[in-house]
Design a protein around this ligand. Structure first.
Ligand SMILES: [Zn+2]
Length: 226
């Protein structure tokens, strides 16, 4: 288990570097930066492959989480740049986390964020795996570890805990060589988003409205082949 102590104020840099050393060898030569900020989702990740830089922002509400749930959230964010080309993006980030042997933490995070069942996005083309689906993908040993961790946390996963799905789980931001910026899987053209700015997506039916520092800067719709 990665957890070796209880810490009252989690040191994000330390958690991320422990995860990278343990499970993300591809990111060992990257610069990884983290910060806390008040954001609309639980976490945001941005990366630049040319600069080998990955930056993760966690919402201040996650400060109160148990370290096991934070490991789940951070590993999902670290899996985004690695599984970048794989679509659908959220489902593949989750599967990458499970493949790396971190599914126990991902399941703990999904219980913490009230996601017992899968949460589909992008008109059903993408999904966040819920607690139940992640658990089904764990090895026997991992299932035992998960039971132990949840019992330590005094959490009993329950289908009636599906209360947090109204909130966007996390937002991945990446700019490609053609000058397109993908925010949460929606493409925006000709946008420069400064690294310290707050990003918010509001999704109404098939259209995503992008706010940067509380100002609307663009909108994007799902195309037939997105
Ligand atoms: Zn994500």
């Amino acid at each position: 288990m990665l957890i070796d102590r209880k810490i009252t104020s989690p040191d994000l840099d330390a958690l991320v570097s422990r995860l990278v050393r343990h499970a993300y060898p591809e990111l060992l030569d990257h610069r990884l930066t983290t910060r806390w900020s008040r954001i609309s989702s639980f976490a945001e990740v941005r990366w630049d492959n040319r600069q080998k830089h990955v930056s993760i922002t966690c919402d201040t509400s996650t400060r109160a989480w148990h370290e096991g749930a934070l490991f789940g959230l951070l590993s999902h964010e670290l899996s985004h740049p690695i599984s970048e080309a794989a679509r659908p993006v959220e489902a593949n980030a989750d599967l990458d986390v499970i493949d790396r042997g971190l599914g126990v933490y991902l399941a703990t995070e999904r219980v913490t964020t009230g996601r017992y069942k899968d949460q589909t996005t992008h008109r059903g083309r993408d999904r966040y795996y819920g607690y139940r689906s992640i658990r089904q993908r764990l090895t026997h040993q991992e299932t035992i570890q998960l039971n132990r961790l949840l019992s330590d946390l005094r959490i009993v996963p329950s289908i009636s805990s599906d209360g947090g799905v109204g909130r966007i789980h996390d937002i991945a931001v990446v700019e490609d060589e053609r000058g397109q910026t993908s925010v949460g899987g929606y493409l925006f053209h000709g946008l420069q988003i400064p690294s310290s700015s707050g990003v918010k997506l509001v999704i109404r039916e098939d259209t995503a409205f992008l706010y940067v520092n509380d100002r609307i800067v663009g909108q994007s719709s799902l195309g037939p082949s997105d």
